[in-house]
Design a binder for this molecule. Sequence first.
Ligand code: C5P
Length: 264
Amino acid sequence: MKDFKERVIIALDYDDLSSIRRLVERLKGEAYFYKIGSEAFTSCGINGIDLIKDCGGKIFLDLKFHDIPNTVYRAVKSAGKLGVDIINVHASGGVNMMRAAKRGAEEASNITGKNIDVIAVTVLTNLSDADINRIFYNFEDENNASGGLGRNIVSDLALHLAKSAKISGLDGVVCSGHESLRIKNILGGDFKTITPGIRLKSFNDKNIDAAKTTPMDDQKRVMTPSAAFNSGADYIVVGREITAAANPADALQNIYYDIENNCK
Ligand code: C5P
């Protein structure tokens, strides 16, 4: 797969600038895209962003805005002016909120001269069908034996939210690898998909001994890097596979090896 290294986004989930600096320096020349999420942004503010920009890296500012349209418009415009490449909001904030986010990003782009993709979060990859049922429909009946939605709740909900993101003029969605192919097929190849929940060994593979793999932690809908790209992801987000590894640089090479050898 061509230029795949620019499509691997590394989640800098740290609460201090020195850890961010250490990882960025260790991965220098091999990593090109980083994600600053709520932990890093709350702890380090714009310093983390400036550090990545100084190294020439691209930035996904993952603050998952979800508020009234005017607040999200102003938040996205402010975030865009920091010079980041991707900003996200929750699709469940609704069409008016997403349109406001896009307007904020366009106005920031006009100021910075830099394109900003606004991406909607569909259904977080730590949530299963039973979780969604429990959150929105039926508190008692986790297995959805009666009432609530049928099976494939997550997949149908992710597609519905992706459609609403597209209608709102957003550039794509965050979704698990289990949904990206369906979303791409229906909404078109240009509508971007970003896939977190990446583990080198897929827990969906029954032949794999779970005890010998990286923990799934709080993720449920996981995929290997190559499987995620083969399912149509434009970008993958990799966090603990790298940040929790004894040697993060080796962990990144293992990810690249999987992509180079198993992507179609
Ligand atoms: O690879 P790991 O499980 O550590 O990845 C977690 C990262 O992916 C976190 O930064 C989390 O915020 C992000 N994430 C996301 N959207 C999801 C699930 C996780 O942005 N649906």
